[in-house]
Design a binder for this molecule. Structure first.
Ligand SMILES: Nc1ncnc2c1ncn2[C@@H]1O[C@H](COP(=O)(O)OP(=O)(O)OP(=O)(O)O)[C@@H](O)[C@H]1O
Ligand SMILES: [Mg+2]
Length: 521
């Protein structure tokens, strides 16, 4: 069959990317090396919850692509979450500078470029930066994610599941690492042994490994990420007074030193949102778009429990109106079960230096629909800020493949001037709420006071078991453990682990990953 002429091909792309509802523009199509500035390549807002992938070798333009997408989503009133690994997204809150080079580029792709800044909320993990601190309680973080950052094996992971189950049953609040340590120490103490055997058991050796793991986490400074006030992930859904979506930017400058911990925190945010958000059905635009940078770290050496949870979360969160975009170097970094769910693809250039690169290139080509392009050539020749795009159209079918020269950001490419992040964050009302860590009564104090009561002779001792510390009145925002709403997703992993341990028929109220659902403020 004769190839379409360049004009016909550009025409086909132009009509293939024209949508009825709202959309964001990625750039203009290139055919035979020529830019067709009228042939805009767009992404329909309605299909953003079908998830996506932004891939490409280092320096090919992935981060700038995120910036271009985030800016337009904000303008369309859609809040966005971004993890900023290199500090090069802080430019979003400073208008960009016009240069001849930039304007020549934007004109060539049919973009009417105007400098603009965007409403940004800066966050940091546990206050290890200038942004508003994000903390999670140990309880809400849950055993599956905790096992991952402690690098526990599967036996140890299931023991940890049982410890959480016990704490839930006993209304022992696990806010920080100290609380978890107190519960484990209780379970291996003479007094707690009985409770432990009722649970199906945990060997002293396993308890020892977990306790040592907690010490390691503390030594790495992780204790500051756990505790209260716990971040309410629905803050990420904020819209500014002018109707633009807030861009929540989590600063992770040290992610690459502690990849497992930080990438697991990103999954906690996603899992927690999943538990918090209601179903929305088909909407004109997403409630939130979540960009997960350095996505290969998310899946590295993952346990089966973790992989199953993330695959299911990604599949189900769609119906809650959340779109998830993974950013990584090659599609092979993303496990097949997840890759298959990513309908919107922006593939920047790939390198083809080694035989492995060549294999990865062929594999990437095979994930695209057939087209008039020689994709192997296109994927190695695409210039900086160019990408091969295919998205899902409003009818749910793939658009024509389009070699695209991307639009450019209106805000600053790269970091904002020094001091900007601190200034924006300290002016945020969220700093009042989350700025300072608090330490409320929790498992550590409860177990300590029970021990004291046991040790103290005389009247009142017999009361210790059912005593005051176990009541929940003053426990703030927690949902009482028996009130899990029936609509909530059951958690196959926890159920399986508890069944395996012989704990059947007990009410179970943890969500995906064993994270815990909270009552909304
Ligand atoms: N759409 C674009 N418009 C203008 N310039 C661009 C565009 N895309 C990329 N660039 C230029 O290319 C540089 C590198 O892009 P970017 O930082 O997005 O690469 P990356 O793929 O994220 O790299 P890494 O993997 O190292 O993070 C940018 O700093 C910018 O100068
Ligand atoms: Mg980058």
């Amino acid at each position: 069959m004769a190839k379409n002429t360049a004009e016909q091909q550009a025409e086909k792309i132009s009509s293939g990317y024209t949508f009825e509802g709202g959309s964001i523009t990625l750039g203009a199509a290139l055919v035979d090396g020529q830019v067709h500035r009228e042939a805009h390549v767009r992404l329909p807002l309605k299909m953003m919850n079908r998830h996506g992938l932004v891939a490409g070798a280092t320096g090919t333009g992935k981060t700038i692509t995120l910036q271009v997408m985030a800016e337009q989503l904000s303008t369309a009133g859609v809040p966005v979450f971004l993890a900023d690994v290199k500090g090069d997204l802080t430019g979003l809150s400073t208008p960009g500078a016009a240069s001849d080079k930039l304007l020549a580029r934007t004109q060539s792709v049919g973009m009417d470029w105007q400098a603009a800044s965007f409403p940004v909320g800066y966050y940091s993990l546990g206050g290890s930066g200038e942004g508003v601190p994000i903390r999670a309680t140990v309880s809400s973080f849950g055993p599956v994610l905790l096992a991952r950052i402690m690098e526990l094996n599967e036996t140890q992971e299931s023991s940890l599941l049982l410890v959480f189950h016990y704490a839930d049953q006993q209304d022992l609040e696990l806010y920080d690492l100290r609380d978890l340590r107190a519960v484990i120490q209780h379970l291996v103490s003479d007094k707690g042994k009985g409770d432990l055997s009722g649970l199906g058991g945990m060997s002293k050796a396993t308890a020892g490994v977990i306790l040592r793991g907690l010490v390691t986490l503390e030594a790495k400074g992780m204790d500051q990420f756990f505790g209260e006030p716990e971040f309410d992930t629905t803050e990420l859904l904020r819209v500014a007074d002018d109707g633009r979506g807030v861009l929540s930017c989590l600063e992770l400058p040290t992610l690459l030193q502690q990849p497992l911990v930080f990438s697991t925190f990103l999954i906690w945010l996603l899992a927690d949102l999943f538990e918090e958000l209601p179903e929305v059905g088909d909407a004109d635009k997403p409630k939130l778009v979540f960009f997960l940078d350095e996505a290969h770290l998310l899946f590295k050496d993952a346990s089966k429990a973790f992989m199953d949870s993330i695959t299911t979360t990604v599949r189900l969160i769609r119906s809650k109106g959340v779109g998830v975009f993974f950013i990584t170097q090659t599609p092979q970094d993303v496990p097949g079960d997840i890759l298959g769910q990513l309908a919107n693809r922006v593939q920047h250039a790939l390198r083809a230096f080694t035989p492995d690169d060549a294999k990865a290139l062929k594999a990437t080509v095979s994930t695209f629909p057939t087209s008039d392009y020689d994709l192997e050539a296109a994927l190695t020749q695409a210039g900086t800020g160019e990408a091969i795009v295919v998205v899902m159209n409003e009818q749910g079918a793939p658009t024509p493949v389009a070699w695209t020269r991307m639009w450019s950001p209106r805000s600053t490419m790269g970091a904002s001037p020094a001091g900007t992040v601190a200034e924006v964050a300290s002016a945020s009302p969220l700093m009042q709420e989350y700025g300072t860590a608090v330490d409320r009564e929790s498992a550590f104090e409860v177990l300590a006071s029970r021990q004291q009561a046991d040790a103290a002779p005389g009247p009142g001792t017999g009361d210790a078991e059912g005593g005051a510390p176990r009541q929940r009145e003053d426990r703030g925002t927690r949902r009482p453990s028996q009130s899990r709403p029936p609509a909530q997703q059951a958690n196959p992993i926890m159920d399986f682990a508890l069944q395996a341990a012989g704990i059947l028929g007990k009410e179970f109220m943890r969500g995906m990953f064993g994270t815990r659902r909270r009552r909304r403020r």
